[in-house]
Design a protein around this ligand. Structure first.
Ligand code: URA
Ligand code: SF4
Length: 209
């Protein structure tokens, strides 16, 4: 499907509050139709470290807040283990509406398509131009595509500082999405995946200081 993209809805403003308000009206792709509300962001306008997720999940869609569900809990634990105070960060998503399919009473997460990521990108670009972080952490491949504008292979690229695209651009670190840990049953696998996530976050935090 072709999407118009969010450009027409993004106001020229330096205010994150105004951006978030304007995003409520966005019709840049069809994802708003089945979502409860837009989920914009949380955090400090002056953050040196920005974390970008994929899209809101079920609980985020209901509450309007990013990373309040199970993946958010994993992220909170990983930030704590990396000695990063979440209050010093800015947390957002590549796509601002919850893409899902309905099965019975359940709403099943569906990955956003490249068309959705592209359509929603103007919001992220506007946020980054206001916050102007030193480092952007991409939590997973969807965030990687939005921030770097290309396909990102997490396994090959994770945990390294990717040099800025231009003089005023942030450095980028890609890592796994915290929800990937939720799919691991085995305790030792989980521990290893968690340690890798924490170690990637530490790389980002050190570069942001
Ligand atoms: N997963 C994300 O990528 N973002 C959220 O806000 C919640 C879960
Ligand atoms: Fe707009 Fe993004 Fe929502 Fe699509 S997902 S309607 S581009 S805010």
């Amino acid at each position: 499907m072709q999407h118009k993209g969010a450009e027409a809805w993004v106001p020229a403003t330096r205010s994150l509050t105004k951006l978030a308000e304007a995003a409520e009206e966005c019709r840049g792709c069809e994802l708003w139709e089945d979502a409860t509300q837009v989920v914009f962001s949380r955090g400090r306008a002056a953050a040196r470290l920005v974390l970008v997720g994929e899209q809101p999940g079920d609980q985020e869609d209901r509450t309007g807040e990013p990373f309040v569900g199970p993946a958010g809990n994993v992220l909170a634990d990983a930030l704590e283990a990396a000695a990063i105070d979440p209050a010093t960060t800015y947390l957002t998503n590549a796509v601002k509406h919850f893409r899902h399919t309905v099965r019975g009473k359940r709403r099943i997460h569906e990955k956003p398509a490249v068309g959705h990521i592209t359509a929603c990108h103007p919001w992220l670009e506007a946020e980054l131009s206001v916050v102007r972080p030193h480092v952007v952490v991409c939590l997973g491949a969807t965030a990687g595509r939005s921030v770097l504008g290309r396909t990102v292979r997490i396994g090959a690229e994770r945990g390294k500082l990717i040099e800025p695209a231009g003089p005023d651009e942030p450095q980028v670190v890609v890592t796994t999405h915290p929800s990937a840990l939720l799919r691991l049953r085995d305790r030792s696998e989980w521990g290893e995946a968690f340690d890798e996530l924490v170690s990637d976050l530490k790389v980002a935090a050190a570069a942001a200081d």
